[in-house]
Design a binder for this molecule. Structure first.
Ligand SMILES: [Zn+2]
Length: 244
């Protein structure tokens, strides 16, 4: 590996390790469940790689050194530990979605309750229009062990605005342009899953009219936050889309 390549891999290992703390912080995971991965873009014709959590390690034991580096077939290239048992699903997504730089998987309770009921979360609140631009869809039931989970994720999200899919009777997978965006989608997915569930206890929930959803999504994705026109004039501004 070239020095640049090694540095890029080390950077991604740091980032992926740190993002796992966010899953804990936002209450999305129990025990060792859940995982984050990120793509390492191959420069100068080198193949892309992925960095993913090791299998079965407690969250407080994770270090950048314990992260596992795999090729996009899920074969381990670097790391002393076995990669997450969800590695094949992550790898399938990276192989079939070149636009995806990060993948997250959790069994966060409210979103997984919707997945267990096999029901899409209706786009009933403005925050959903912003982040998901649609209902959060349900993907097929699939077992770990081959490409079926990955196929279900890719097929369900193909042409869909939502970066999150509720895999039936399993849990949530989210995608993003990078790992941080995928973590944000996982946090927001659980948040709206809880809110829409609570609203249902109070009465009927109506989906937003499609033209409102379209307007919310367009504004949030193109104008909102520090990434829009104002940021262009002040390039030093940080871009954290989530603050008001
Ligand atoms: Zn799972």
């Amino acid at each position: 590996m070239s020095d640049d390549r090694t540095r890029a891999v080390e950077r991604v290992k740091d980032e992926v390790c740190a993002l796992h703390a966010e899953l804990l912080r936002w209450g999305l995971v129990a025990w060792t469940s859940g995982n984050v991965s990120a793509r390492v873009v191959g420069a100068d014709g080198a193949d892309d790689l992925m960095v993913i959590k090791p299998s079965g390690l407690a969250y407080n034991e994770l270090t950048p050194q314990s992260m596992v580096v795999c090729d996009l077939d899920g074969k381990v290239l670097e790391g002393d530990l076995s990669p997450s048992s969800d590695t094949a699903a992550h790898a399938y997504v990276y192989r079939h979605r070149p636009d995806v730089g990060g993948v997250v998987h959790t069994h966060s309770p409210y979103a997984t309750a919707w997945a267990t009921a096999g029901e899409a979360i209706p786009c009933a609140i403005t925050a959903m229009g912003d982040e998901f631009g649609d209902d959060i869809p349900v993907g097929p039931f699939a077992l770990i062990g081959d490409d079926s989970i990955g196929q279900g994720i890719v097929a369900t999200l193909d042409g869909h605005r939502s970066p999150a899919v509720l895999m039936r009777q399993h849990g949530v997978f989210t995608i993003g342009k990078d790992a941080k965006a995928a973590v944000k989608a996982a946090v927001m997915c659980e948040d709206v899953a809880r809110t829409v569930h609570l609203a249902r206890q109070l009465g009927q929930v109506e989906r937003l009219q499609q033209h409102y959803v379209d307007r919310l999504y367009d504004r949030y994705q193109n104008v909102y936050g520090q990434d829009g026109a104002a940021a262009a004039a002040t390039p030093a501004t940080t871009s954290e889309g989530e603050s008001a």
